[in-house]
Design a protein around this ligand. Structure first.
Ligand code: ZN
Length: 440
């Protein structure tokens, strides 16, 4: 069934155009041309392609506003995060993730990269279906109207050279071979389902010993699927890694075949010049998560330098201290300004491309995030008449003026998910409050 939307303005691959008709056939865009609205459904403001949230841990949303008091650092925050992880089961995770993904849809996200490591029940005991938690996340994404790249995460050690303890037991399959056996079952369950991509993830050098990394990389190569890794978010992680292996995390990933055009290094905050060169030459994506990185006092990563060497950036809201990819996009530029005391490192269009086409490609959906015929039919319309955006135009209006609250219409894979700023599931605030309240 075909349906036509008329966009007051649209951000097309060669720039912003007025009076754009987008014809949708099923889940895909079938035609784009300029013309009068006629009987087409009208989309006011500036319409951009769907946003890809390339790095998410859905359950971290339960920590928003609950971990910001007092002092501390990444490691003290992690203790609080573990307390929430300990309370989740497949039913409560389904409710929480559905609400979190609906919040993402309201912010214009049409695809999420879920870096999923909370696999098993208490003590590491598998559920009757060992992929029950993963299935809950896929159901949640579908209910909220998102595509999902479920990045099934290998997590087998409690730190560099350390054994697992406490809730970490829920993350582990024992070793990479047993992780792969479970991940294969998950991939088989969604074979031929175009809205779900089963990818792989190495949690970090803290959680996967180097000799087990190739097993995870092989899964990615076998399935031509994404491979994501947390990299050098913390200096302490680098120090432990260098002490144990006489190599940085990036060097280890390089040696173990885990870098390349299907791979994403998440954070990549504390890098050496050699690390930057290895990420760039291998064409690895770097997923910047600036609102989380500033919330956790991680530091500012050298994204510009890495991209100048050949890496590509994407954006993620990670811990969901904020779910607003426009804020992530502008923070990439604004952080570079603070670090360098100079302005103008990233054109706004490049940051918007990181949030759309590049993000989708890094999640295994290279045919999304662009307003072109044949692409996934994702349309995100942003108001240009709000108190924040009035007077601004073009990609700059999105990156430097708009917030997620200015998204008023979202079409995801041809399905209208948000209209007049409301999600089809109803009021998302109370859904979140209920799901989070149930965990306390
Ligand atoms: Zn993360």
């Amino acid at each position: 069934m075909s349906l036509t939307y008329w966009c007051e303005r649209a951000w097309l691959p060669d720039g912003v155009a007025d009076d754009v008709l987008v014809e949708i056939d099923g889940t895909r865009i079938s035609r784009i041309e300029q013309g009068p609205p006629g009987s087409a459904e009208r989309l006011a403001g500036l319409t951009i392609p769907g946003l890809a949230n390339a790095h998410s841990h859905a359950f971290h949303r339960a920590l928003r506003g609950a971990t910001q008091e007092g002092r501390g650092d990444f490691w003290t925050w992690r203790e609080l995060m573990y307390e929430v992880a300990a309370r989740l089961d497949p039913d409560s995770y389904l409710r929480l993730a559905t609400a979190v993904y609906a919040e993402m849809a309201l912010a214009g996200v049409t695809c999420v990269g879920e870096f999923h490591y909370l696999h098993h029940a208490e003590g590491g005991r598998p559920y009757d279906d060992p992929n029950a938690m993963g299935h809950a996340l896929v159901r949640a994404a579908r209910a909220a109207g998102l595509r999902i790249a479920l990045l099934d995460t290998c997590y087998v050690s409690g730190g560099v050279g350390a054994s697992l303890s406490g809730v970490q037991l829920r993350f582990s399959d024992g070793d990479a071979e047993r992780w792969a056996a479970r991940a294969e079952r998950l991939a088989a369950a969604y074979e031929g389902q175009p809205d779900v991509e089963i990818g792989a993830a190495i949690h970090s050098v803290r959680a996967v010993p180097p000799e087990q990394m190739p097993v995870v990389a092989d899964f990615s190569h076998r399935h031509a699927a994404p491979l994501h890794v947390h990299v050098s978010e913390q200096r302490a992680e680098n120090a432990a890694c260098v002490e144990m292996y006489a190599a940085t995390p990036v060097q280890i990933l390089h040696e173990r075949g885990a870098l390349g055009p299907r791979s994403t290094a998440v954070h990549a905050t504390h890098l050496t010049d050699v690390d930057i060169e290895l990420l760039g030459q291998s064409g690895t994506y770097i997923c910047m998560c600036p609102t989380t990185e500033r919330d956790l006092a991680d530091g500012i990563g050298p994204a510009r330098a890495a991209c100048d060497r050949g890496a590509r950036i994407t954006l993620g809201s990670d811990s969901h201290a904020v779910i607003d990819l426009f804020e992530e996009a502008r923070a990439v530029e604004l952080n570079e300004r603070l670090a360098s005391e100079r302005r103008g490192h990233w054109p706004a269009a490049d940051l918007l491309a990181a949030a759309t086409g590049a993000g989708h490609a890094s999640l295994g959906f290279p045919d999304a995030g662009l307003l072109v015929p044949g692409a996934w039919a994702d349309l995100v319309s942003v108001r240009l008449d709000s108190v924040r955006t009035a007077g601004a135009s073009g990609a700059e209006a999105i990156v430097y003026a708009a917030t997620a609250a200015d998204v008023h219409a979202v079409v995801s894979g041809g399905r209208r998910v948000v209209a007049e700023g409301r999600h089809v599931l109803g009021d998302v605030g109370p859904m979140l409050a209920q799901a989070i309240g149930d965990l306390r």
